[in-house]
Design a protein. Structure first.
Length: 102
């Protein structure tokens, strides 16, 4: 790919929109995940008694286990959101950029 093609792609409004939207989504999802994860870590550090609660009666499962599983499932959900956006909105913008680059 020659420099003129690269410059044309960088100047394309669809490319600029793609980079901006993808970056904003990635940073937003990362911030949400970090907030959830570090909230759990703070709970472990400062309120361990809360995690020791047995929500299912005399079960050996404490509240920390379903919360940990919930955090993992939440991470999968955020990944799914990113994949959905990538396969719908971002792919359309990428196709438009490729079309304009040719």
């Amino acid at each position: 790919m020659d420099q003129s093609t690269i410059d044309r792609i960088k100047a394309d409004p669809n490319f600029q929109r793609l980079v901006k939207k993808r970056s904003r989504l990635a940073w937003s999802l990362s911030a949400i995940m970090l907030l959830v994860y570090y909230s759990f870590i703070m709970l472990v550090a400062f309120l361990p008694d809360v995690l020791a609660i047995r929500p299912f009666g005399d079960s050996i499962i404490t509240l920390g286990v379903p919360m940990g599983v919930g955090i993992i499932l939440f991470a999968f959900m955020l990944t799914g959101i990113y994949v959905y956006k990538a396969n719908t909105e971002f792919d359309k913008l990428t196709a438009a950029v490729r079309e304009n680059a040719e």
